[in-house]
Design a protein around this ligand. Structure first.
Ligand code: ATP
Length: 247
């Protein structure tokens, strides 16, 4: 017997004609409680676009890393909101934020944080194994491909302590790309590298934005990064005081 007539299937909503940025920070605030409270980020407005390399610069202690950790969904804002592709992610639970980070974001820090008991290939496979979407063989193939892209195909089975500083940081970049992130975040990613390796990592980051269409955001003191970025965000005393489109 037929049931009551069913409504027609929902149409997919027409794609908004307006361009939706990858991330939009609206009046973001991060204040630590205390007497007096400490404001690390005050009223930050910022748009992060795919295909662009954004550098966040400013004097030591001005709140660059604090802003990055808000954009990265690691820390929670105490005011304002953060939209990921137009969706407000501010109210999400810790677990939901962790899942989004694993699926959509890749991180490169000043220190590589590779696990010493695993070789380069296994380190790159870790985020894929955590996400659990690829078989072991597929994860291994992708990790090899990423190491190849980093110029490290012949180092796949070396443990981190047998690699140079520059090689370790490129393994860390490969690991950041493991789950094909839309956003790559760097916190002083070249801070520990000599100028040659630093330039190599900066070139890679530019490629990730310009050739692969990812959004790349780096906190940096490195003038070479700030110069080649598409967007330079300058902070002072917790505030974004300038957003400059370069070139
Ligand atoms: N957990 C915390 N408790 C108290 N103060 C903090 C905390 N985290 C950061 N701060 C302070 O907040 C300010 C901003 O720190 P943040 O690390 O974001 O600055 P930064 O611009 O990235 O600095 P740097 O360039 O030196 O790394 C600094 O004055 C720092 O000392």
């Amino acid at each position: 017997m037929n049931g009551p007539p069913q409504p027609p299937p929902l149409q997919a909503p027409a794609r908004a004609a307006a361009h939706v940025p990858l991330l939009s920070a609206e009046h973001l605030v991060r204040t630590l409680p205390g007497d007096p409270p400490v404001t690390l980020v005050a009223d930050a407005d910022l748009v992060i676009e795919p295909g662009k390399f954004t550098a966040i610069v400013g004097p030591s202690g001005c709140g660059k890393s604090s802003l990055l950790y808000l954009l990265a969904l690691i820390d929670r804002p105490t005011g304002g909101r953060l939209l990921l592709e137009g969706q407000d992610v501010t109210p999400l639970s810790g677990d939901e934020r962790a899942k989004l980070r694993l699926e959509r974001f890749g991180f490169v820090f000043q220190f590589h944080f590779l696990l010493p008991e695993f070789d380069a290939l296994e380190n790159v496979m870790i985020p894929m194994r955590r996400l659990g979407r690829l078989s072991l063989a597929a994860a291994e193939a992708r990790a090899l491909e990423l190491l190849g892209f980093m110029g490290l195909a012949d180092k796949a089975h070396k443990s981190p302590d047998k690699l140079s500083g520059g090689e370790r940081q490129r393994v860390a970049v490969a690991r950041a790309l493991a789950n094909d992130p839309a956003l790559v975040l760097g916190d002083e990613p070249t801070g520990n590298l000599d100028s040659v390796n630093s330039a190599r990592v900066v070139d890679l980051f530019r490629q990730l934005a310009h050739e692969q269409g990812r959004a790349v955001v780096c906190v940096t003191h490195d003038p070479a990064i700030a110069e080649v970025a598409d967007v330079r965000v300058t902070m002072l005393d917790g505030r974004v005081i300038e957003v400059k489109q370069q070139g």
